[in-house]
Design a protein around this ligand. Structure first.
Ligand SMILES: Nc1nc2c(c(=O)[nH]1)N[C@H]1C(S)=C(S)[C@@H](COP(=O)(O)OP(=O)(O)OC[C@H]3O[C@@H](n4cnc5c(=O)[nH]c(N)nc54)[C@H](O)[C@@H]3O)O[C@H]1N2
Ligand SMILES: Nc1nc2c(c(=O)[nH]1)N[C@H]1C(S)=C(S)[C@@H](COP(=O)(O)OP(=O)(O)OC[C@H]3O[C@@H](n4cnc5c(=O)[nH]c(N)nc54)[C@H](O)[C@@H]3O)O[C@H]1N2
Ligand code: SF4
Ligand SMILES: [Mo]
Length: 751
């Protein structure tokens, strides 16, 4: 039942949009005969998106149709040209080269980099393990260290689960503080909910306030009730001052959280010296403004939220942690209208799950000895780990990049591009011959979203409303295409010397069943063997999802009959998804793995001296720093080859405040030179008072005019320049090893 039968009539299929976290419901008219999409509209019957969609809804159609999308593995010839090869040959080549490197130089001579679309593809998430186990290397890199990793670290050390994100209850809040996020463009991150504009406007309509704190007057700021400019990278100072005011004015009121929170006295001692006056020069926010905001927030039912602008900055962990601290001190964590926790259908936030110990410094990078944190190494250090000149004999010689484009997305892409050519072997699992995969020896493409089923596995844990959603496959792929999970499973089997991928798949499923059904589990009336036989599919990710959903909090527990519980059959029949209701309050402490909230985790507070030492530098009035900018028609680096999304004028422009522009002698339309410590680029300038003076902004994900890429639309329509050539890979948020993509010191001059 996974594919629609081939009918001659055009017909309507419903699925969720896999392009951003919002996961809007789409109503798609298709012609199965020609395997083509006729029309995409918002699905009015989707309980979450109610018909909303954004221009990127067309991405799935255009990716599916893109003539430059790869469908078969291609291998690089000695002269640099590419030839298609079959899957068996491709798998043999990849496994033999990676194993050869492992045998000759040790497991750590291989490494991998995992990119963002992983989060949008359930098969990719569930089946990474066989590849990771097969490689068994410590050289693990991912886009996380350019993204949410500081939040993972804060949650891991405070609650015992790095993935237990508190989500703003924007449906009920009366006072929403949004720092370092632009939900009108991103559609909400770790706050997944279609139509952010409608949801935020509703707060204002019910008499509430939306306060954005951002160095740019963003699209979100323009509909908000209040906007405060803040100097990039100074959020931790500001949030310490917020806490100082809470204590000074007797506004600390953790409520029921006090019963299971440690560190309330410690935080008071920490924040004591950070008066709004002391940090005002660093933040650019007047002391009375800070005090007024704190008083108003405490007087209303509020949620205080921070996102990527608070993560990928010099003090990302401190800032991310302090957002949670503010919510605890004001009793807003785990409370209605505050920051709440989802209860996912796949059972990943249930009581009783064990705390995964927070680990760090078990090993280090070769070149500089930068410690591993939570199993990750900073992704911008990939290059030096590969270079013979930096890492010598112990360098990385084999690399797998999958669903990622680090040459554009990670710091210092120019250095990375050169380093990739030093590798003995590189495999890219990607659908395009792009800035990163052009360096590979072999590219394995997966099917794309319309060619496989999906389940919103990650975003049911980050949604502003509980839901469970399966999406159908719309078109059968060609016989010789492979789903992402199959590629992983097959590669994993070959790396492990297991005769077939089916064995690996069954082993994984049986492992899962062993933990979730049988005596001493939530499903005591069924044995793992019996449950195995009851599953709908023969293989693949939906089998695992079926197991998780049936054993999860809303599941049928493998009980006979057609009770209220959900199962895969019901999910597959629910073409608009299943609404599981509003987020519920008071899930703590049961739903967190630690017994008590650790308000001041030593791993994070150890970074406070670094923050204190930087106060004078941040207070300097003459700093000029660069921040990023997301745009409606982009998704990081990879939608620029789609005609509908690439049209229009050049979007890769440097925004500069008119006062700065005048001082620098530059103006709109002029090409200007931007120099950071590591590089210099030239880019078109656009002046606007949206920017805070002293701050300039450039979007990331551009820079497509490199030789050897097969992205003709992107190259012709939106080539842009790569902002990450300016991102210094050696400047890190210390507790998380996350890179600093916001607040990069730059110099600007006319060309
Ligand atoms: N300066 C700056 N840099 C940033 C950021 C920033 O704000 N500023 N943001 C960071 C963030 S948050 C992120 S998440 C990262 C993203 O970093 P990456 O994940 O490295 O980059 P993407 O551009 O998302 O690349 C996605 C890749 O996946 C491929 N792909 C897409 N769909 C499929 C598929 O179905 N199968 C396969 N096999 N491949 C597929 C695309 O062709 C593309 O090569 O960028 C980070 N970089
Ligand atoms: N259209 C579109 N949607 C996307 C993406 C996309 O590329 N395009 N990417 C997706 C991904 S991978 C992610 S992770 C999410 C991210 O989702 P968001 O976090 O909402 O992303 P941004 O729009 O980058 O918002 C970051 C904001 O932080 C501000 N900022 C920069 N530096 C600082 C600082 O030091 N302090 C403060 N307070 N603010 C600062 C920036 O001006 C910007 O407004 O979006 C997702 N959605
Ligand atoms: S907001 Fe996100 S999920 Fe919704 S249509 Fe646009 S890209 Fe798709
Ligand atoms: Mo991201």
């Amino acid at each position: 039942m996974t594919a629609p039968t081939r009918s001659t009539e055009p017909h309507i299929v419903f699925r969720s949009c896999p392009t951003c976290e919002a996961s809007c419901g789409l109503r798609i008219e298709i012609d199965s005969q020609t395997r083509s999409v006729i029309r995409i509209e918002g699905d009015p019957a989707d309980p979450r998106s109610e018909g909303y969609l954004c221009p990127k809804a067309y991405a799935i159609k255009e990716i599916y149709e893109d003539p430059e999308r790869l469908k078969k593995p291609i291998r690089k010839n000695a002269d640099g040209s590419w030839s298609e090869i079959d899957w068996d040959e491709a798998m043999d080549l990849a496994a033999s080269r990676l194993l050869e490197i492992k045998e000759k130089y040790g497991a750590n001579a291989n490494g991998y980099y995992i990119g963002n679309p992983t989060g949008h593809n359930v098969g990719a998430q569930l089946y990474l393990l066989p590849v990771m186990n097969g490689l068994a290397t410590q050289r693990s890199f991912s886009a996380a260290t350019m993204d949410q990793f500081p939040q993972n670290i804060a949650l891991h050390t405070m609650l015992g689960d790095p993935w237990m994100f508190p989500i703003p209850d924007i449906q009920r809040t009366e006072f929403f503080v949004c720092m370092g996020g632009n939900p009108l463009v991103s559609q909400g991150s770790l706050m997944s909910g279609p139509n952010a504009k409608k949801r935020l406007t509703a707060i204002l309509d019910r008499g509430g306030r939306v306060v954005t704190i951002d160095p740019r007057r963003t699209e979100t700021a323009q509909i908000a009730s209040d906007h405060l400019f803040i100097k990039p990278g100074s959020d931790a100072y500001f949030l310490l001052a917020v806490c100082q005011v809470l204590f000074e004015e007797g506004l600390v009121a953790p409520g029921r959280l006090a019963d299971f929170t440690d560190g309330l006295q410690e935080i008071e001692a920490i924040v004591n010296i950070y008066t709004p006056e002391r940090v005002a020069a660093a933040t650019g926010i007047a002391p009375e403004t800070t005090r007024g905001l704190v008083r108003d927030f405490c007087a209303a039912k509020g949620a205080w939220y921070g996102r990527i602008g608070l993560c990928t900055q010099e003090f990302g962990s401190l800032a991310s942690w302090l957002v949670y601290v503010v919510n605890v001190l004001t009793g807003r964590l785990d409370a209605e209208g505050g920051m709440m926790f989802t209860r996912s259908a796949t059972g990943r936030s249930e009581a009783g799950r064990p705390a995964e110990a927070f680990e760090q410094s078990r090993y280090e990078t070769i070149a500089q000895g930068i410690p591993e944190i939570g199993g990750q190494l900073p992704c911008g250090l990939l290059a030096e780990e590969i270079e013979e000149a930096s890492a010598g004999e112990k360098r990385m010689r084999g690399l797998v990049t999958t669903m990622g484009n680090p040459v554009l997305s990670a710091p210092n892409g120019e250095r990375l591009a050169a380093a990739l050519d030093e590798l003995d072997f590189m495999l890219s699992i990607d659908i395009y011959l792009n800035e990163t995969s052009r360096h590979a020896d072999l590219i394995m493409p997966s099917t794309v979203q319309l060619e496989h089923e999906n389940y919103d596995f990650l975003f049911e844990t980050t949604s502003v409303q509980n839901f469970s959603r399966w999406s159908p496959r719309l078109f059968e792929a060609d016989d010789d295409q492979r789903d992402q999970w199959r590629i992983y499973c097959e590669l994993g089997a070959r790396l492990a010397g297991v005769p077939s991928w089916e064995i690996i798949d069954d082993m994984m499923l049986k492992g899962l069943l062993g933990m979730t059904v049988g005596p001493d589990t939530g499903c005591p009336n069924v044995t793992p063997e019996a449950a195995f036989d009851m599953l709908q599919d023969e293989h693949g990710p939906m089998r695992m999802i079926e197991c998780m959903v049936r054993t999860g909090p809303y599941g049928d527990k493998f009980e006979p009959g057609d009770g209220d519980g959900i199962n895969l059959r019901k999910l597959r029949a629910a073409e608009h998804g299943i609404d599981l209701g509003e987020l519920k309050a008071a899930r703590l402490p049961e739903a967190m793995p630690l017994d008590r909230i650790e308000l001041c985790p030593p791993h994070i507070t150890a970074d406070l001296p670094r923050l204190e030492a930087a106060l004078d530098e941040h207070s300097r009035p003459d700093r000029l720093v660069l921040i990023g900018r997301r745009q409606i028609r982009n998704m990081n680096s990879w939608l620029h080859n789609l005609p509908a999304l690439a049209k229009g004028p050049n979007r890769c422009t440097l925004l500069v405040h008119p006062v700065d522009a005048k001082r620098l002698g530059i103006e709109t339309g002029r090409t200007v030179r931007v120099r950071s410590r590591i590089a210099e680029i030239e880019v078109e300038c656009q002046t606007t008072d949206e920017m805070m003076p002293g701050v300039v902004s450039l979007p990331h994900g551009y820079g497509h005019r490199l030789t050897g890429v097969r992205l003709s639309v992107a190259q012709a329509k939106q080539p842009g320049v790569c902002s990450n050539y300016l991102t210094d890979e050696n400047v890190l948020d210390v507790p998380s090893g996350t890179h600093v993509a916001n607040g990069i010191p730059v110099e600007i001059s006319a060309t």
